[in-house]
Design a protein around this ligand. Structure first.
Ligand SMILES: Nc1nc2c(ncn2[C@@H]2O[C@H](COP(=O)(O)OP(=O)(O)OP(=O)(O)O)[C@@H](O)[C@H]2O)c(=O)[nH]1
Ligand SMILES: [Mg+2]
Length: 616
């Protein structure tokens, strides 16, 4: 037995899927969380039931990736029943999709989810009309409380015949349906879909097209528009019968505050700055503890063992990599994830996206890109992972370039540790200014040259609600472990390779080789190049390595202010770190990853060179 969960975005499909299968699919109060098929199994009365979680869509007839995916899935008719999940507080729009799904003629169960929220808003829900009109089982659930979830699978198993619904169409459409039925023996649902240009029978579609052209020449509307209007009306009628306002609770509308430019924008900026400050302050505090702990309890005792030099070098490299990895994973990445999850699940992120939409359009994206951009200030790895939320490949490509350029917390360490302490605060801010300017220019250029369709934003304002701490922690943990499993092994492998290179003197040889070039191009000594390469492992290692190689932590004594400034600029721009490269490979593929890497290296060297040339 195989069932599929279908519904609008953010109605709770994935939450129901998780509860039924015990899998950890991402759940979020943000439309478009699920972008591909997820499969899982559940067991009911000793029978294995396969469950498919589909991405949320508003319609089956548009041409976005998700709509195509759900449509193809339904056309294959490869499921025993569909479970249509709806948000009962927004029933009318949900029913519009439901009516379309019903026309595919699969056995169906209707889930009216978020019944808890309906109760809170004083809505009275009567499942009777849907049951009677559609002839399907209707279940009222509150997935976040697990209420009635257990009734879904038995109902799906019992559903054997398709819905009996007949949407009353305009008389021209009805006449067309009748004549297609006579000519081809097509049933009502098949004929309607043929009129919309879908289906398997080419002759039927051809005949339907002739009829549609005729209807369109007489009406001023296309057949698709007429059918959509009829469905909307019908959905409206059913919704009116199903949901009644019980009592008028006085409601203040927080959206009138949050989505208006003033005070919405200052609130958004305040929240973002507050979040960054919190993560930096709490993060650096925690990081120090972790780093200190490693120093005292792992690295120093290990060195004190007095092992053979090769073992010692390799062992220390691995320990330092672990220290670096955990030092960033827990304090920064985990804290960021928790805050972002709270912002997502509270529903605030859709307000932020709405506000940022205008500005984002200029650089070729839409408001949805606020999530990756905010995440990127903490760490580029989760930021790149979250570009999945963006709808088109075009946007994902642009975002992947821009997000990798955002100064993450490790790069902030460089700017603070090298520029602010040895050159000056104003200089440190100028580094940020240069980077933001470059991001802006890159975005403007990319939005011109990147091929692909531009999409407007149709984003549902999900309701504001208190996030569930358990769900927030679960999600943050799942995201963190993804980071740990991708970034950590690489960090360890990379550090072993670098340790070996150093041990066998390859590094020293390399420094001698590149010194003439680094001197000429950037005015930097050869060991700075080694430090830059260590920076690929983890950005702030560039700083640590530079200090080690220079033989002193007082960098101001060995390098000039200009040299330090150039070094910092190059490190900040030059190549994303290894962990970022790995997730880039996974999310956007090797070609784009290569392009980003080449672009950032070129940009780093160019800007660094330019500054060296202009100021020396
Ligand atoms: N109050 C309440 N919240 C719910 C209920 N069901 C789901 N939610 C919340 O609604 C949000 C959306 O849930 P998801 O399961 O991610 O929705 P989805 O339908 O999979 O969304 P997409 O993957 O974007 O299509 C989450 O924040 C859930 O915690 C419910 O019955 N009551
Ligand atoms: Mg989902």
């Amino acid at each position: 037995m195989k069932f599929a969960l279908i519904g609008n975005p953010s109605v709770g499909k994935s939450l129901i899927f998780n509860q039924l299968t015990g899998l950890g699919v991402e759940v979020s109060n943000y439309p478009g969380t699920t972008v591909e098929l997820q499969r899982g199994n559940t067991c009911f009365q000793r029978e294995i039931v396969e469950l498919v979680d589909l991405p949320g869509v508003y319609s089956l007839e548009g041409n976005s990736d998700e709509e195509g995916l759900v449509r193809r899935f339904l056309e294959q008719q490869d499921v025993d029943a569909v479970i249509v999940v709806t948000n009962v507080t927004r029933l009318e729009r949900n029913l519009y999709l439901l009516l379309q799904v019903a026309e595919y003629g699969l056995p169906m169960v209707v889930v009216l989810n978020m019944i808890d929220e309906a109760a809170k808003r004083g809505l009275e829900v009567d499942p009777g009309p849907i049951h009677d009109l559609l002839g399907v089982e209707v279940i009222q659930t509150a997935a976040s409380q697990g209420k009635n979830i257990d009734r879904i699978i038995p109902a799906a198993l019992a559903a054997s015949s398709p819905s009996v619904v007949e949407i009353p169409y305009d008389h021209h459409i009805e006449a067309a349906v009748r004549s297609l039925g006579k000519m081809f023996g097509a049933d009502r649902k098949e004929s309607v879909r043929a009129l919309l240009g879908f289906g398997e029978n080419p002759e039927l579609i051809e005949a339907a097209r002739t009829i549609s052209d005729e209807i369109e020449s007489r009406h001023r509307m296309t057949v698709a528009q007429i059918i959509a209007a009829n469905r909307h009306n019908f959905a409206h009628e059913i919704a009116d019968l199903t949901v009644k306002e019980e009592l008028n609770l006085p409601q203040t509308d927080p959206d009138s505050i949050l989505t208006r430019l003033i005070p919405g924008m200052p609130i958004l900026i305040g929240i973002l700055i507050g979040m960054l400050l919190f993560v930096f302050i709490a993060g650096s505090f925690l990081e120090e503890i972790i780093v200190e702990f490693f120093d005292v309890f792992a690295i120093q005792p290990f060195v004190a063992l007095g092992l053979p030099p090769l073992v010692e070098t390799l062992g220390t490299s691995v320990l330092i990599a672990l220290q670096a990895g955990l030092g960033i994973a827990f304090p920064y990445v985990f804290l960021f994830y928790i805050i972002i999850s709270i912002l997502e699940d509270s529903g605030y992120m859709t307000r932020a996206a709405f506000l940022a939409d205008n500005a984002m359009h200029r650089v070729g994206m839409h408001g949805g890109a606020v999530i990756p951009f905010t995440l990127a200030f903490g760490c580029n790895v989760p930021a790149i992972m979250s570009i999945r939320l963006l709808r088109s490949r075009r946007e994902r490509i642009i975002a992947s370039f821009l997000v990798t350029m955002v100064p993450c917390s490790a790069r902030t360490v460089i700017i603070a540790g090298i520029v602010a302490s040895f050159v000056g605060i104003a200089a440190a801010f100028s580094v940020y200014a240069i980077v933001f300017l470059l991001i802006l220019i890159t975005g403007l250029v990319l939005s011109r040259v990147t091929p692909g369709e531009r999409f407007g934003m149709i984003m549902e304002m999900v309701p504001l609600r208190w996030p569930d701490p358990k769900l927030v922690m679960k999600k943050s943990w799942a995201r963190l472990s993804e980071f740990l499993f991708i970034a950590m092994p690489l960090l360890l492998a990379g550090s072993i390779v670098l340790g070996l290179l150093e041990f066998f003197g390859v590094m020293a040889y390399f420094e001698g080789l590149v010194e003439p070039y680094t001197m000429a191009l950037l005015g930097l000594p050869g060991y700075a190049a080694t430090a830059l390469i260590f920076g690929i492992l983890r950005k702030e290692m560039a700083f640590e390595t530079l200090a080690i190689l220079a033989g002193t932590a007082d960098l101001g004594a060995v390098l000039s202010s200009l040299q330090l400034y150039v070094f910092a600029i190059v490190t900040v721009l030059f190549v994303p770190c290894l962990a970022t490269i790995t997730v880039l490979l996974r999310e956007v593929g090797s070609r784009i990853t290569l392009a980003i890497t080449a672009y950032t290296v070129a940009l780093g060297l160019l800007v660094g060179g330019l500054i060296h040339y202009l100021l020396s």
